[in-house]
Design a protein around this ligand. Structure first.
Ligand SMILES: [Zn+2]
Ligand SMILES: [Zn+2]
Ligand SMILES: [Zn+2]
Length: 142
């Protein structure tokens, strides 16, 4: 079993839940999408054979609560991807023309800078998200 699947089962178990068909469908669909975080509509569309809309929504809510998935902000909207424990903390670049999303590799300097910035305001940072929007290379050329 992969490290991610083991972590998924372990997170459910330690929170006192079991694996169910809609839960594993939500987890698996988001996992396969990798660094293209999904909208709720896309997720519902791809999981309809595993449960009705209400049970998919409930599964998303639960998996978010126990840290299997998280919301990533894109402007005023959000998308879903696996939690930081599954693939490490990172940020995304989103093209405003073709809407392609790319994961940025972890940058220690950037993270340190953000912590310093928060500390300067006597603030202890627990989490943050960066929403970097612009034009990708393909769109610039085309
Ligand atoms: Zn990502
Ligand atoms: Zn683009
Ligand atoms: Zn960061």
């Amino acid at each position: 079993m992969s490290f991610q699947n083991e972590l998924y089962l372990q997170k459910l178990k330690s929170a006192g839940y079991s694996d169910t068909v809609p839960r594993s469908a939500v987890y698996d669909t988001i996992r396969k999408s990798e660094h293209e975080p999904m909208t709720m509509a896309e997720l519902v569309r791809q999981t309809t054979t595993f449960g009705d809309r209400a049970s998919i929504y409930r599964s998303v809510k639960l998996l978010e609560k126990i840290g299997v998935i998280k919301r990533v902000s894109f402007g005023w909207k959000y998308r879903l991807e696996l939690g930081d424990d599954f693939h490490g903390h990172h940020h995304h670049l989103t093209c405003t023309k073709c809407h392609k999303t790319e994961a940025l590799s972890d940058d220690a300097e950037l993270e340190k800078g953000l912590h310093r910035l928060a500390a300067r305001n006597r603030f202890t940072m627990q989490d943050h998200q960066l929403d970097i929007r612009g034009i990708c290379e393909d769109c610039k050329l085309g």
